[in-house]
Design a protein around this ligand. Structure first.
Ligand SMILES: Nc1ncnc2c1ncn2[C@@H]1O[C@H](COP(=O)(O)OP(=O)(O)OP(=O)(O)O)[C@@H](O)[C@H]1O
Ligand SMILES: [Mg+2]
Length: 151
């Protein structure tokens, strides 16, 4: 379940395809180092969801809401100290309203699994100045997404 991109535009394009397949209640964990392309990928997801606002990293606010037919809640959990804080941010309320994309989401992955939430996890790896490997992890929802992408 791996894709290679050779430019920012290609990463956005893949995000756009995935964004078009996401449904309300979907949780997408994004993993990858600084500059790997998590925000770029999220910009594509927003486009795929029909949201044309400019998506930027929500680092100082933890979560940004983008209004669309389905709302997009874009989290940046880099500064989260304890996974449980996710609940204080209103995570469950957002879940019933839209799609949740979480940069640095690995931090809450174990807790989400223990609490019975299924999620998609996508990791981005910088392999060169303009090249990235984008990997959809083998979770049940990730498998479903991969199948839909391959159709
Ligand atoms: N194939 C590619 N895919 C994505 N971004 C690319 C690619 N090639 C080059 N880039 C550049 O890499 C940078 C990715 O930045 P971006 O903000 O998306 O990363 P990030 O993972 O969100 O970083 P942070 O951890 O700081 O939030 C951009 O400057 C983009 O132009
Ligand atoms: Mg970012």
């Amino acid at each position: 379940m791996e894709f290679k991109t050779n430019s920012k535009a290609e990463t956005m394009e893949l995000g756009k395809k995935i964004g078009a397949l996401l449904k309300s209640g979907d949780i997408l964990i994004l993993e990858g180092d600084l500059g790997a392309g998590k925000t770029t990928f999220t910009q594509g997801i927003a486009q795929g969801m029909g949201i044309n606002d400019y998506v930027k990293s929500p680092t100082f606010t933890y979560v940004m809401e983008y209004r669309g037919k389905i709302p997009l809640y874009h989290f940046d959990l880099y500064r989260l100290k304890d996974p449980e804080e996710l609940y204080d941010l209103g995570f469950e309320d957002f879940l019933y309203q839209g799609v949740l994309v979480m940069e640095w989401g690995s931090m809450v992955e174990k807790m989400l699994a223990e609490d019975g939430f299924d999620y998609i996890k996508i990791s981005l790896l910088k392999t060169g100045e303009n090249t990235r490997i984008i990997h959809i992890e083998d979770t049940p929802k990730g498998q479903g997404l991969y199948k839909e992408l391959s159709l």
